[in-house]
Design a protein around this ligand. Structure first.
Ligand code: ADP
Length: 497
């Protein structure tokens, strides 16, 4: 307990100063002089004031990023030197792993054991993985008809705008910054207004380790008619990468039309998590729990539609509800907490509203469905919630709740579940639990989803691409696929005649 207190006070010192925007290597207030507060969702108390960047600040950041791209040392620098900077950034984050974990937990609410062992660890791994890519970006030589020497060059896209969400604030920053910087682009990053702090801390460390001015610019602020839309509309931004709601994704695509900037989108999901009767049920129960309650269900690939084969429905449900009953909910800073608060009041209310909708639709509430006000009077908590007797056409099964709310749908056979799994607008991920390898592979190729987990769920690694089918977006982040997002290919013809 004493250790937690000590680490918490370290963060609290940092939180005392108002945070500014990072433009051209300097920390500056917003042009408007405005700032906003970010809150701790476990206590509802303000954590820190942060500059409210707007269009004018995005303008300045893009000018700096453009200059850093065209004239600065960034592009001329040896690839190994860019790699060294990214490795150093990863090292500095790792040295402060506990501080980052605390900060992420205070800003977002997630349990510190997750911030520490998932978000921080994966952030460091992602920066290291892309540091490795700096020296592996290669063109090709080809043998065309005629007397020509032909080859391709892989070049950075230019100035990149990156708009990220609040559910994995530092990890989403790493997924976006790692490949963009490795490929030699310059960046204007906008963290989510609910959770700007860890991205700002990464920005501070990037300055300390020696990223040249203008290479990484961070503009905190809001989305619509503010810093976010200023990025997506900007005529001198060459590419925008976005993670968030599908509704916002559509706005970003429309805004990109002005200069036809390249867009990559990672949007919502409503993943089927399918449990066959022949599965290892204990493992599947753990997978179902991880699928829906990890990060309070605020995960775009959450396994929110749990399909259970009829034969094992009762046995599975009794195991599942027993486990849910043992989950400790509370302030994420407590190392024992396994489920924290939702990120904001808005999100809590949205989730509770979906619980009401589910009840009206005739779904059977098994547990949760409300805030634990008696035990936790402050904070934006929603009890872990399970609805049974859901049908795939109900709103609770079709719309993204983005909270700890599981919809249980019973199925009779493989064909029925295969059809229902794809009857959804989204296609981000899916889970399959069975010991029958043929059944698993058949379903893997049938299901329209960017990631399929077989006998596991919510597994991530910087080497494995992640992204959506259908309305879950386009483009693949992570792995070598992210390199495609952040580079252009140039074809070069040299006449040898
Ligand atoms: P949520 O509604 O869950 O907060 P959003 O998709 O609205 O999810 O937010 C994800 C990110 O997109 C945030 O950084 C937010 O500020 C930004 N954003 C929201 N609306 C817009 C918009 N119209 N244009 C650009 N960015 C936006």
């Amino acid at each position: 307990m004493a250790v937690v207190q000590e680490k918490k006070s370290l963060c609290e010192e940092w939180l005392k100063t108002e945070k500014k925007l990072l433009i051209d290597g300097k920390w500056v207030p917003a042009e408007s002089g405005k700032s906003f507060e970010t809150f701790n969702p476990a206590t509802e108390k303000p954590l820190c004031r942060v500059a409210e960047g707007s269009k004018a600040d995005v303008e300045k950041a893009v000018v700096a990023a453009r200059r850093a791209f065209e004239e600065g040392p960034w592009r001329k620098m040896a690839a190994a030197e860019r790699a060294r900077l990214l490795y150093r950034l990863a090292d500095e984050i790792e040295k402060r792993a506990d501080e980052f974990a605390q900060l992420e937990t205070m800003d977002n609410g997630k349990p510190v054991r997750e911030s520490r062992w998932v978000d921080v660890v994966q952030t460091v791994e992602t920066f290291r993985y892309y540091a490795g890519w700096c020296t592996k970006l290669e063109g090709e030589t080809t043998s065309v008809n005629g007397k020509f020497f032909t080859y391709t060059l892989r070049e950075p896209v230019g100035v990149v705008g990156q708009i990220i969400p609040w559910n994995f604030p530092m990890l989403m920053a790493a997924w976006k910054l790692g490949p963009a910087l490795a490929c030699g682009n310059t960046v204007v990053l906008k963290p989510a207004e609910q959770t700007p702090l860890t991205a700002l801390r990464i920005g501070e460390l990037a300055c300390e380790v020696g990223f040249p001015p203008g290479v990484l610019n961070i503009i905190t602020g809001f989305g619509p008619d503010a810093a976010g839309s200023a990025i997506s509309n900007h005529m001198d931004i060459d590419k925008v990468a976005f993670t968030g709601e599908d509704k916002t994704g559509r706005e970003i695509v429309k805004a990109s039309a002005g200069n036809l900037k390249r867009v990559s989108l990672e949007l919502g999901g409503k993943a089927p998590n399918i449990v066959f009767a022949d599965a290892d049920l204990d493992a599947a129960v753990r997978g179902a729990m991880l699928g829906i309650f990890f990060n309070q269900g605020q995960v775009c690939c959450a396994g929110s539609r749990l399909f259970i084969e009829e034969k094992v429905h009762d046995e599975f449900m009794s195991k599942l509800t027993k486990h849910v009953g043992t989950m400790r909910q509370g302030n994420g800073l407590d190392e024992q907490t396994v489920i924290g608060p939702q990120v904001s009041k808005d999100q809590m209310e949205r989730i509770l509203n979906y619980c009401d909708i589910a009840k009206k639709e005739g779904a059977k509430l098994v547990c949760g469905g409300e805030s634990p006000k008696a035990d936790l009077p402050n904070g934006y908590f929603v009890k872990p919630t399970i609805f049974d007797g859901v049908t795939n056409d109900m709103r609770i099964a079709q719309e993204e709740v983005f909270g700890p709310v599981l919809s249980v749908i019973t199925f009779k056979n493989e064909q029925e579940v295969a059809e229902q799994a794809n009857k959804i607008l989204y296609g981000l991920s899916a889970g399959i639990w069975t010991q029958d390898i043929k059944k698993a592979h058949k379903l893997v190729s049938h299901v329209k989803a960017g990631t399929v987990w077989v006998n596991c769920y919510n597994q991530f690694d910087p080497q494995m691409p992640f992204g959506g089918y259908k309305m879950s977006g386009y483009g693949r982040e992570l792995g070598k696929h992210s390199i495609e997002l952040y580079t252009n290919v140039k074809s070069v013809w040299v006449n040898l005649d």
